[in-house]
Design a protein around this ligand. Structure first.
Ligand SMILES: Cc1cc2nc3c(=O)[nH]c(=O)nc-3n(C[C@H](O)[C@H](O)[C@H](O)COP(=O)(O)OP(=O)(O)OC[C@H]3O[C@@H](n4cnc5c(N)ncnc54)[C@H](O)[C@@H]3O)c2cc1C
Length: 557
């Protein structure tokens, strides 16, 4: 606890060790010693980051936690001649911690209290994390917002998803990609990022306030899980409605009403499937799968550019195989939770680099599709990671040298392969699958191991279906990863395909400072569909940052 009235500063003490059996209370003395201060000088303490270090250490094969602790100390301590503290700072064991940003910003000069009174509101298109947190940051700052999404509210969306799984009838507007919460609503809900951004803390706080566990604030592998996400999202929505946000479900953006001269155009209204919606500004948070919308917007003069994207397969193992490799014994998973991995292989011997991505411990493979005739897989899991399967994307990066030139060349390339896999699976979202060892040997899998994918699998020659650039990259990665996780490419490892939407293939160029789309004065492209995010947290940060840009308060970094 901090002493009321005493100004404090926050410092992060890095790399404290915590044994599995030790209580967190030991960290106070340990942090004080490492920072060169006495425990009495600590005015407040919280876990900043906690990661399991499962690397084997000597003969004991010890698994432990590595913890960063945030200490509140009296302001100015660094200039009070404490030699031990000064040494800790010089060594980099202790670093200053910037105060977290706020979602709400005070921008009284903005005549935009956009949407005040009867004037047009700010329109946000897309209720995924980018759109949601753009809208929330605006609403918290006093701006009135209309949020539209082509998909339905969560209860209706869940019914459509259940119907798809049960009957294979796909609703192209209500599925694993479209509807309340966006693409991550049926996911592992992993929310850690590689970027350390000041907006991460307030975004995490929103999730925690709406029911996410407090550990997400520091857990290096924080995940929410589909079950909890489905309780949290309606609470976020209700809070936003209380702030005046109007949600328009089943409302598809079909065009923009634009005025002004080329180079400084202004969007005055959205054309939607439910009629025209006037707007003071618009945030485009469409995700990476709305090809129809992108084509319409491109035809209306919105600049689009191709960007590199990832493509490969889903790989699945028994979770016990991963637990044993990571913890030394599968039984530890009962205590520590299902083990995860993140692996990378470098380019070499004529093959491109590849990596694992979006690993779902104790999860299941799902068909993340929004269109008939296309197959694309991804992974999700519940908060307890309780399924006996571990799946992850195994992907390589492709660009115009593989796809050819053109804005839509990446999407065309991706869709050709998605169609091929759909047909190979039998045309009903059954997925082609091949054991990893058969993929490497270039042969049929006569027998497949069991798989979490509820739409079913059938033997397919994934090695032959994939383009050579992808096949060779994944082959090299499998051999390399097998040395790190024994059995990774063994007979229990199953490849299921295709995994083609780990990232978007298009970017909407925008000005770095104003974050407005090139040529527009009030259009803000955000999130994964705009090419500026690759996951739930990065999309949420991107949306909120652009909201701050509209309010004239850059949240840099
Ligand atoms: C199955 C699955 C699992 C995933 N797991 C994770 C994970 O564990 N961790 C992680 O960080 N990331 C995960 N991801 C990726 C993550 O979900 C995305 O990176 C993130 O959702 C992107 O956010 P976004 O807001 O940019 O777009 P999206 O979340 O895709 O949201 C876009 C929204 O826009 C709407 N929309 C599209 N076109 C229109 C239109 N014309 N009019 C109106 N509305 C429109 C859509 O209905 C959708 O709701 C997963 C993705 C999938 C599919």
């Amino acid at each position: 606890m901090s002493h009321p009235g005493t100004p404090t500063a926050t410092w992060r003490v890095l790399n404290l060790s915590l044994e599995l059996d030790e209580p967190e209370s030991v960290l106070r003395a340990r942090a004080a010693a490492r920072a060169g201060v006495s425990a009495d000088e600590i005015r407040g303490l919280r876990l900043g980051h906690m990661a399991l270090d499962a690397r084997r250490r000597g003969a004991r094969g010890r698994v432990r936690f590595v913890v960063h602790v945030d200490l509140q100390l009296d302001a100015g301590l660094e200039s009070r001649g404490n030699a031990a503290f000064a040494k800790a700072l010089r060594s980099g064991r202790v670093i200053p911690r910037m105060p977290p940003a706020q979602l709400a910003v005070n921008a009284p000069h903005i005549s935009l209290r956009e949407g005040s009174g009867s004037g047009p509101r700010v329109a946000v298109v897309g209720s995924g994390p980018a759109g949601l947190f753009a809208a929330l940051a605006l609403a918290r700052s006093g701006v009135l917002v209309d949020l539209i999404d082509r998909g339905p509210v969560l209860t209706e969306r869940s019914r459509a998803v259940a119907q798809f799984l049960g009957t294979r009838n796909l609703d192209p507007e209500a599925n694993l990609l479209y509807g309340e919460g966006g693409a991550g609503t049926y996911s592992d809900g992993k929310i850690y990022t590689r970027v350390d951004h000041a907006l991460e803390a307030p975004i995490l706080d929103e999730w925690i306030a709406c029911g996410a566990p407090e550990e997400i604030a520091y857990d290096a592998r924080a995940h929410i899980g589909t079950d909890r996400l489905h309780r949290i999202l309606p609470r976020i929505r209700e809070g936003m409605e209380a702030l005046g946000v109007r949600f328009h479900w089943r409302t598809r953006l079909e065009g923009l009403v634009v005025d002004g001269l080329a180079g400084s155009q202004r969007v005055s209204a959205l054309r939607t499937s439910a009629g025209e919606l006037p707007c003071a500004a618009v945030f485009l948070a469409l995700g990476h799968s709305a090809r129809d919308s992108l084509e319409t917007l491109a035809a209306q003069g919105l600049m689009l550019a191709p960007k590199p994207f990832q493509l490969g397969v889903r790989i699945e193992h028994p979770q016990g195989l991963i637990d044993t490799a990571r913890f030394g014994e599968a039984a530890l998973a009962r205590r520590l939770g299902a083990a995860y991995y993140s692996l990378t292989s470098r380019a070499g011997a004529g093959a491109a680099a590849a990596h694992s991505f979006c690993m779902c411990p104790g999860g299941q493979i799902v068909a993340s599709v929004n269109e008939a005739g296309l197959l694309c897989t991804n992974g999700m899991s519940n908060s307890r990671h309780s399924s006996p399967y571990a799946n992850a994307a195994l992907v390589t990066t492709l660009g115009s040298s593989e796809t050819g030139p053109g804005v839509f060349a990446g999407i065309d390339y991706r869709e050709r392969l998605e169609r091929k896999f759909f047909v190979e699976g039998g045309g009903d979202w059954t997925a082609p699958a091949q054991r990893a060892c058969d993929f490497l040997a270039g042969q049929d899998s006569e027998e497949l191991v069991s798989c979490s994918y509820k739409m079913g699998i059938r033997p397919g020659r994934i090695d032959a279906l994939l383009p050579e650039a992808v096949r060779s990259a994944l082959g090299r990665a499998l051999e390399y990863f097998d040395r790190q996780i024994p059995g990774y490419a063994g007979p229990e490892a199953l490849l299921v395909g295709i995994e083609s939407r780990s990232s978007g293939a298009i970017r909407m160029p925008r000005d770095e400072a104003t974050r407005r789309a090139t040529g527009f004065t009030n259009l803000y492209p955000v999130g994964e569909g705009a090419g500026y995010a690759g996951g739930i947290m990065s999309a949420a940060i991107d949306g909120a940052r652009s909201a701050h840009a509209l309010l004239g308060q850059g949240t840099g970094g």
